[in-house]
Design a protein around this ligand. Structure first.
Ligand code: MG
Length: 202
């Protein structure tokens, strides 16, 4: 199982971190040990002092494919979910300054929170509304209509480089509003009004 993540896929988020809007998808990966499911608690890692949440819609890949064409991309996922791409922002900033890879800031254990998955049939892929609440207050709000690269474009592009396999996931990017989280916070993600995950930071 592979976890692909897309960076800077909402213009307002790219802007808030002082990054340019990309001209092709920015891809990085997390290892399988990054996944955190079943509403389990997340333990604040020792190597960061600035852990950020990034709420993201997740695609669950349902069959293998390479060089997938746009017209068929839609067949490669049947379910969507919601999760958090936890990021050690201080570590990431140091990596970026030095031109180093991001893995230690993004791929650590349990950095990929995943909630339940829902059949995509009940949604329009270009109009999925989602939000993240921290301690009962909404801190991030997004809609997939604002994606720079839509789901099918991401599937096509990733599959030109990596073979997509059944069971892989794609975190499709975060909207504006990312911010720090501390021990004791309870993070809850919603698609429309339905709660998809809950995660307490310990
Ligand atoms: Mg992200």
């Amino acid at each position: 199982m592979k976890i692909f993540c897309i960076g800077r896929n909402y213009a307002d988020h790219a802007k808030e971190l002082g990054n340019k809007v990309p001209t092709q998808p920015l891809i990085f990966m997390k290892p399988p040990t990054a996944s955190l499911r079943d509403n389990r608690d997340f333990y604040y890692p020792e190597f960061t002092k600035d852990l950020h949440y990034e709420v993201e819609v997740i695609l669950k890949i349902c069959k293998n494919g390479k060089h997938i064409q746009t017209a068929f991309a839609d067949d490669y996922y049947k379910e969507i979910g919601l999760g958090i791409d936890f990021t050690a922002r201080d570590v990431q900033s140091r990596c970026k300054e030095k031109g180093h890879p991001w893995e230690i800031a993004k791929g650590f254990d349990h950095s990929a929170v995943m909630g339940k998955f829902l059949s995509k049939e009940q949604f329009q892929m270009n109009n999925i509304s989602f939000h993240l609440d921290k301690n009962g207050e909404t801190v991030q709000k997004g809609n997939t209509k604002d994606l720079i690269f839509d789901f099918n474009t991401l599937i096509c592009y990733i599959s030109t480089i990596f073979t997509l396999q059944k069971g892989d996931y794609i975190y499709t990017g975060t909207p504006a509003g990312v911010g720090p989280t501390v021990q004791g916070d309870v993070l809850r993600g919603f698609i429309d009004t339905e709660q998809i995950f809950e995660c307490e930071v310990k």
